[in-house]
Ligand binder design. Structure first.
Ligand code: HQG
Length: 180
């Protein structure tokens, strides 16, 4: 991803997941907003970009963070919201094992309380150790936790999967976590 796209991607993440109010746009219940209004309101608040720039940022997002509606008129973030939205993702049977990357300083608390969503709607889990390590490294020296997802599902926990392949659940009690 080029620097220009990265900066736009960060801006889009900010307004589509966390602070639509910062540029006076509204998200609907499922997180969608009109692209034309987004571009106009962003410009009014000092962030100028063209429709092509937006499409390029969506296309090159390394984690496919955004979705454009089929008619091309609306955009939303695929996951990661702190504002209240219902993405209406289907409940899905997870793989046997998923992974969560975190920082070593959080481990004692996680092993006591389990994984909690914090400011996000869900706990985010990855299908690969590599991705989990990258996610964990954002916070410090990474530690990987193996999540016994199949066991959780059998015990009644529900899992959702976002269009960009991030697995989501409400919480993970520590008994389902194994430090790798
Ligand atoms: C930790 C990025 C103490 C948790 C990534 C994590 C991901 C606890 C941090 C997505 C805890 C929250 C999400 C407990 C959890 N005690 N610490 N009981 N339970 N934690 O950023 O999972 O680039 O909100 O381990 O790639 O790191 O935004 O969550 O370290 O997919 O698209 O609290 O964000 O994607 O941090 O990352 P975050 P995350 P984007």
């Amino acid at each position: 991803m080029k620097n220009k796209d990265k900066s736009l991607s960060k801006f889009l993440s900010y307004v589509l997941r966390h602070q639509p109010d910062s540029i006076d746009i509204k998200l609907d219940e499922q997180g969608w907003t009109e692209i034309a209004a987004l571009i106009n309101q962003a410009a009014r608040h000092g962030k100028r970009f063209k429709l092509e720039d937006l499409h390029e940022a969506v296309r090159t997002s390394d984690k496919q963070r955004f979705a454009v509606s089929e008619d091309g008129l609306r955009i939303r973030a695929n996951q990661g919201h702190s504002v209240k939205v219902d993405l209406a993702l289907p409940v899905t049977v997870p793989p046997d094992v998923l992974y969560h990357g975190t920082a070593s300083r959080f481990i004692a608390s996680i092993m006591k309380e389990g994984l909690r969503p914090g400011s996000r709607h869900h706990v985010h889990l990855s299908t690969t150790i590599t991705t989990a390590r990258t996610v964990g490294a954002r916070h410090g020296a990474p530690v990987i936790l193996k999540v016994m997802a199949e066991q959780m599902q059998e015990d009644g926990f529900q899992f959702l999967v976002s269009p960009n392949g991030v697995w989501l659940c409400d919480s993970v009690p520590s008994k389902y976590l194994i430090r790798m």
